[in-house]
Ligand binder design. Structure first.
Ligand code: ADP
Ligand code: MG
Length: 724
């Protein structure tokens, strides 16, 4: 079984690795996934060999806190937000107090070097003892304010699972301890009490920035949920009452008027109005909704008033599912993160080792205790791996949240990373490039009346959700008779028994496969014919016409401008495909069966292309799954959405260019972050160790702390740029 836990006390990627290791050591664990930013853990375990309490104990023993997650999501989110708020307030207070103590300390220790005045009783040359004692007290005060670093740092060090707090704690202890030792032995000129204080202050400042970034990334997910109202007006016992949104049940009739937002997915039962769905789909045009129309949670009524019946509430609404998807994607790891993960796991022990070697080499070759301690401290402090742990997850969180606001949902970070590598985008035609709202162009009869032709066809089409079916049912107007054993054959059409006769409605392939002899039709160009046969006799055909979406041309041009090859794959006939593709100036393949689309995609892949497939229908699911990145467009079926890696909630194909663009920007952003976190650290370590000492270049522990905090701040600030 799977259980989710909230974690406490995690500070960096090394902590996550420690917890994972501790839990994995238990017998009966199948998998453990710890997420740093959300501070939670999902454990898949064998409930016959293990229970939740044992897992919590293992985490506690490793020096962290864990509790089973509350099943009520809303409450959990609120608690999470409150915890983060509290953490922020604490961090802010600690930062302010630390600075207040650190500034006088710096003045006392550095002032004389810059010829700044000190009262006589503090003057180092007159009162050396008072001077160093004041420094030590101020420094100790900063250590106490930031005592958490020592508790966590030494705690995990003694359990042989050092993390970044261990580095900070060791660094501060070494510089404080060394200074105390030197002062007590009368060497009052080279003290480093101020280093301990600066390290702690700057690292805390860095943590404060980090917490602020975390809060703003969580915002984008909760923003989505905040779009739905807290209270709603529902019909109960013949009257209108106001209830909490959580109390809504399926079947409730809810009334809304202009200015209000919807609290459930449902169908309008009376009244009408315009709704603004831009927050969900990015589509800016308000939609007119009247009786029988579908409406979705969180869309805002901009004019009019209506009542709708709730069909999906709570966690089942499209909005809640979207938020869950965004949250999941934001927390998943792109392949690019693997390297960072591997490195974080061994980083801290390596740094400890390097610091130790630095100290030893300085003692042997430098013959200088002070230099040995200070360079070791500088190494410890400069190489804290917190930026490394943040580099990818922060960017992924920001990017997925940002994309969701534009109606682009990534299901995983992998899709987010891969989208920009695609050099071919393959579109499905009907419903994707075209509106999918087909209209009947003309009807040809061969035998029997036009009425019979249309009514047989409408009966059969009840089995299908294809745009063709919708168009024909719409054309027939009254409700068609039921047919027996009514089935939909994707890529072909529909079939069933009417009054004992086997009837089929579909394309030429379907007629051929059923052995129906084709009649000669003089079809207009660019239409999609639906042939109808009864008992192997051709009744005639209904020709449908579809239009390109108004945004399609621009969308295709945008992609081509990006250097992406655009293609169209369709199950529709040659003539209608040629007209659409000609208008867009793209390559196409027509009359494909669902597996024909898959075949074409595999062909492209085999030729070395990275393929993105954009589609909507049931028959697109295999193609979506076989492409490198499958993108389902919003109006599509659940099956298509399930087999895709990304979803465009609006049905506008121009979302594809935006999707590739955000993917590009994110990958670039992650690379930059990794560069900051990795190379910058790697470059700083030798300098910190004193390799350039002989050239007169040295890094002080305080500068190292500043550099380290700067790298986390850079990483966070850089990731936040993706919000634009
Ligand atoms: P596209 O790739 O354009 O979305 P599909 O693969 O969904 O097309 O369908 C391919 C062809 O199969 C359609 O052009 C149509 O000729 C036929 N077809 C599909 N569904 C139906 C249906 N419900 N009724 C009649 N014909 C259908
Ligand atoms: Mg389709």
């Amino acid at each position: 079984m799977k259980a989710k836990f909230d974690l406490r006390g995690m500070t960096c990627a090394a902590c996550a690795a420690n917890i994972t290791r501790a839990v994995n050591a238990l017998k009966g664990i199948n998998s453990v996934e710890v997420r740093i930013i959300q501070s939670d853990m999902t454990v898949d375990f064998d409930e016959n060999r293990l229970n939740e309490d044992e897992i919590i104990t293992a985490v506690t023993r490793a020096g962290y806190g864990a509790s089973l997650q509350d099943t009520v999501k809303a409450r959990r989110r609120r608690e999470q937000r409150e915890a983060l708020k509290k953490e922020m307030a604490q961090l802010r207070a600690r930062t302010v107090i630390s600075f207040a103590l650190m500034i006088p300390l710096m003045y006392i220790s550095m002032g004389p070097m810059a010829d700044m005045p000190l009262p006589w009783w503090l003057d180092q040359t007159v009162q050396p003892t008072v001077n160093w004692i004041v420094q030590a007290v101020l420094s100790l005060a900063v250590c106490i304010v930031n005592g958490k670093f020592f508790v966590h740092g030494y705690g995990s060090l003694f359990r042989l699972m050092p993390n970044m707090d261990s580095l900070v704690a060791l660094g501060c202890t070494a510089s404080f301890g060394y200074s105390l030792y030197a002062a007590l032995n009368g060497h009052v000129m080279h003290l480093y009490f101020d280093s301990a204080a600066t390290i702690l202050t700057l690292v805390t400042l860095g943590k404060f920035f980090e917490a602020r970034t975390k809060r703003s990334t969580q915002g984008s997910v909760t923003d989505l949920l905040d779009l739905s109202p807290k209270t709603v007006t529902v019909m109960r016992n013949g009257g209108e009452v106001t209830v909490e949104a959580e109390e809504l049940a399926v079947g409730d009739i809810i009334s809304v008027r202009s200015g209000e937002s919807l609290a459930a997915d449902g169908v309008v039962v009376d009244g009408s109005g315009e709704v603004d769905v831009s927050a969900m789909t990015g589509e800016s045009q308000p939609l007119f909704r009247a009786e029988g129309d579908e409406v979705f949670t969180a869309s805002k009524v901009t004019s009019g008033a209506f009542r709708y019946r709730a069909e999906k509430v709570g966690e089942d609404t499209f909005l809640a599912k979207t938020a869950a998807m965004v949250e999941q994607a934001g927390a998943s790891k792109p392949p690019i993160a693997r390297l960072a993960d591997k490195i974080s796991g061994i980083f801290v022990p390596c740094v400890l080792l390097i610091a130790l070697i630095t100290a030893i080499l300085w003692l042997i070759f430098g013959k200088n205790g002070e230099n040995a301690v200070i360079h070791a401290v500088t190494v410890l402090v400069v190489s804290c791996p917190c930026a490394l742990g943040l580099a990818t997850p922060i960017s992924v969180m920001v990017a997925t949240g940002r994309a969701a606001k534009e109606g682009i949902l990534f299901k995983s970070a992998e899709a987010l990373e891969n989208a920009c590598k695609c050099d071919v985008v393959v579109f499905d035609k009907t419903g994707t490039l075209t509106t999918g709202e087909m209209t009947v162009d003309s009807v040809f009869t061969v035998s029997g009346s036009e009425d019979e032709l249309v009514s047989v066809c409408a009966s059969l089409e009840q089995a299908s959700t294809h745009p063709i079916a919708a168009a024909i049912l719409n054309y027939y107007k009254s409700s068609p008779a039921k047919s027996e054993d009514n089935v939909y054959i994707p890529g072909q059409g529909a079939a069933g028994f009417i009054d004992g006769d086997y009837c089929i409605a579909g394309n030429a392939r379907m007629m051929k496969e059923n052995g129906v002899e084709m009649a000669e039709f003089d079809l207009p160009s660019g239409v999609t014919p639906v042939y109808v046969a009864r008992d192997d006799n051709m009744l005639g055909c209904i020709c449908l016409r579809d239009r390109l979406r108004p945004t399609t041309k621009g969308a295709v041009a945008d992609l081509q401008k990006m250097g992406v090859r655009v293609m169209m794959l369709t199950g529709d006939n040659e003539s209608s495909a040629a007209v659409a593709a000609g208008e867009l100036g793209i390559d196409y393949a027509a009359s494909l069966l669902p597996d024909g689309k898959t075949g074409k995609i595999q062909e492209l892949s085999a030729a070395g292309s990275r393929v993105m497939m954009v589609g909507d229908g049931i028959n697109d699911a295999p193609a979506l799954a076989s492409a490198d990145v499958g993108v389902a467009v919003g109006a599509g079926t659940d099956i298509a959405i399930d087999s895709a890696e990304a979803v465009l909630t609006g049905s506008d194909p121009s979302g594809v260019a935006a999707l590739i663009d955000i993917s590009k920007r994110t990958v670039k952003n992650i690379r930059m972050n990794l560069f900051w976190a990795l190379f910058y650290n790697a470059l700083c370590i030798p300098v910190a160790a004193g390799v350039l000492h002989f050239a007169g270049i040295d890094m002080s522990p305080a500068l190292a702390a500043a550099a380290m905090s700067l790298s986390s701040v850079c990483v966070c600030t850089n990731a936040l740029r993706l919000r634009k």
